[in-house]
Design a protein around this ligand. Structure first.
Ligand code: URA
Length: 205
């Protein structure tokens, strides 16, 4: 098994390539490439949508309000970015006004996400929101219907190197739905993260 340092080295080679990327028009408006954060530890990867304003400014995924909520969700089961989770996005550059990524942008950027999955080969991939779900599972269904379910590697439309996958709500959606009542999106998210933790604890590596 590769060490974290070896994985970081391989990821850095891809990051370097990404830094000068001009494959889609988003390079014209970006302030920074948002490549990744957290630890490449072959266990748990989270794939989000695309950088927003704060991410574009800081060059780091999930640092705005949604990111702060994500950190709280992780902390509720004892996960931290530094020790437990590798975080990246479907797109590495911010779409103007945070609009949804366009098909051509996703296609152009796939090279980098593909490499991240291939290098890390995580055992668990969390698909955070509809954009990530569509990139990896295709038309498996809307997030409200499929969140909280485990999907086997064969159900992906791309090679996920044996990872099992769970779609989860995007934290931005939770910010717009504040109720914590039983059955609400936030309540469901708290169930899902506990299930993720149970599965994570079973991993030997
Ligand atoms: N939303 C995402 O999907 N990714 C980020 O990095 C920030 C907000």
């Amino acid at each position: 098994m590769e060490t974290t340092e070896e994985l970081r080295k391989k990821l850095n080679e891809i990051r370097e390539k990404c830094l000068s990327c001009r494959k889609c028009p988003l390079f014209q408006t970006r302030h920074n490439i948002v490549f990744d954060d957290g630890i490449p530890n072959q266990k748990l990867m989270l794939i989000g949508e695309a950088p927003g304003y704060y991410e574009d400014m800081q060059g780091k995924p999930f640092v705005g309000k949604a990111g702060q909520l994500l950190d709280k969700i992780f902390a509720s089961v004892g996960f931290t970015r530094e020790r437990d989770v590798y975080i990246c996005n479907t797109l590495k550059c911010r779409p103007p006004d945070n609009r949804n990524p366009l098909p051509d942008e996703k296609e152009a950027c796939w090279e980098y996400l593909k490499a991240q999955i291939e290098i890390i080969k995580p055992r668990i991939i969390l698909l955070c929101g509809n954009v990530a779900v569509q990139s990896i599972l295709g038309s498996a269904g809307g997030i409200t219907r499929i969140r909280g379910n485990w999907f086997p590697p064969e159900s992906a439309i791309v090679d996920v190197y044996g990872a099992k996958m769970m779609p989860i709500f995007h934290p931005s959606y939770l910010l717009r739905n504040d109720s914590r009542e039983k059955g609400s999106p936030k309540w469901l998210m708290w169930q899902d993260i506990q299930e993720i933790k149970r599965e994570y604890d079973k991993l030997a590596v």
